[in-house]
Design a binder for this molecule. Structure first.
Ligand SMILES: NC(=O)c1ccc[n+]([C@@H]2O[C@H](COP(=O)([O-])OP(=O)(O)OC[C@H]3O[C@@H](n4cnc5c(N)ncnc54)[C@H](OP(=O)(O)O)[C@@H]3O)[C@@H](O)[C@H]2O)c1
Length: 371
């Protein structure tokens, strides 16, 4: 792998990230076309999933694409979907070389894209920045391979790991810069999700604000009986910003109708014990097309997801504040007896954000990394 390949792939990956949160259920792909040491085309998956990154970059490159190298962050598609296959477009444009880190896990592609390109005499190179690409596409892979979206769990806590006081006060544990960072993180996910306890206690709107975003992520609230305030922020905005309510099959029909009337989408899910089955909630969200979900708590929902091994990334904002044992722990009971049973994550990043400390952790990657 040459330094040049790595450099252009890093650029393609950064372009691809621009589509994150905007193009589900499609992957957020980036593409750079290079001819004679010059970048002649750049593209990324557009809102709603099309045009695809390759189409955008090829359109920009025009005739300069002939004999050029295309850096694409995922195997180009080879099947006829809503748009013609990107492989056909690359071949027709006369691309000589394709560099792509990973094979697509979509069974309609799964290696056939690379095969098609090779059959047409295109030199195909794989594996460049594969680990980074696997992280960026983890939500898309999880959905195609396991039927569920990637889950990022974010919590803002005191030094002693509390997310609210004993009386339920949680606004604001961290400062304005950390909250702004949270809005940017929301924007890079397809959906923001909270438990009903948070919806009842905080009356949140769960929208992205003040960072110039036009497309809002879906808002998801998990509540078995739909015991949610009908006069709160979520209800008021249900007609304007997508609001999906995951509820138990036995939820009161009057409540179902009331929320439907307000414009919410109702998603019946399986029940496990007294709560919704977290695994089924995520399967339903995956079926509805979501690839990346940003869960903002609270304590009970965080525990359910962790206990079911459904959390892929952790984002913690830690404040220099002590709340004490009567405060609400960041994560509810997990019922662990031994440390070895505790879900473990690897550190990705630590950073100071306006006087608070941000940490990002990730689960070690599954089979997609070795693709
Ligand atoms: N600092 C922070 O980052 C932060 C973030 C979020 C929340 N908070 C604070 O945390 C508190 C709320 O947390 P919480 O633990 O009480 O509530 P929560 O986790 O937000 O919601 C729990 C509720 O969600 C519903 N639910 C349905 N299925 C579930 C499942 N599988 N697992 C868990 N819950 C499920 C249940 O309500 P139903 O009976 O309706 O089904 C349950 O009581 C508030 O004080 C809030 O201010 C702080």
């Amino acid at each position: 792998m040459s330094a040049e390949d790595t450099r252009y792939m890093a650029l393609a990956l950064s372009l691809g990230r621009r589509g994150m949160g905007n193009c589900w259920p499609n992957p957020a792909v980036g593409c750079v076309i290079v001819a004679g040491g010059r970048i002649v085309g750049r593209g990324w998956t557009q809102p709603g999933g099309r045009p695809h990154a390759e189409t955008q970059a090829l359109a920009q490159a025009g005739a300069a694409a002939r004999g050029a190298t295309a850096y694409v962050t995922l195997e180009p598609c080879s099947h006829h979907g809503a748009t013609p296959p990107c492989c056909d477009a690359l071949i027709a444009a006369g691309i000589a070389r394709v560099v792509a880190p990973l094979q697509d896990s979509d069974p309609r592609v799964a290696g056939q894209g690379f095969e098609t390109l090779r059959k047409h005499g295109i030199d195909v190179r794989t594996g460049v920045l594969a680990e980074q690409a696997a992280r960026d596409h983890a939500g898309f892979f999880l959905r195609t391979e396991q039927g569920r979206p990637l889950v990022t769990l974010k919590l803002a806590s005191s030094f002693d790991g509390r997310i609210a006081t004993g009386t339920g006060e949680s606004k604001w544990i961290t400062g304005p810069q950390a909250r702004r960072e949270v809005h940017a993180l929301r924007a890079r996910h397809d959906a923001v999700m909270v438990g009903a306890g948070t919806a009842r206690a905080d009356d949140p709107s769960l929208t992205v604000r003040d960072i110039g975003v036009t497309r809002q992520p879906v808002r998801v609230v998990v509540s078995r009986h739909l015991d949610l305030p009908l006069l709160g922020q979520l209800a008021r905005t249900a007609g304007d910003v997508p609001l999906w309510l995951c509820h138990g099959h036995g939820a009161d029909i009057e409540r179902v109708k009331a929320w439907e009337g307000l414009g919410a989408t109702l998603i019946p899910c399986a029940v496990r014990g007294v709560q919704l089955n977290a695994g089924d909630v995520l399967q339903q969200l995956g079926q509805a097309g979501l690839t990346r979900v940003f869960c903002e708590g609270g304590s009970a929902l965080a525990a359910s997801l962790l206990a079911a091994d459904l959390v892929d990334e952790l984002v913690g904002f830690g404040a220099g504040l002590a709340i004490g044992a009567e405060g609400l722990p960041a994560i509810g009971a997990l019922g662990l007896g031994r440390l070895a049973e505790a879900p473990r994550f690897d550190l990705l990043e630590t950073r100071e954000v306006g006087g608070d400390a941000m940490q990002r952790w990730t689960r070690s990657l599954g089979p997609s990394a070795a693709r």
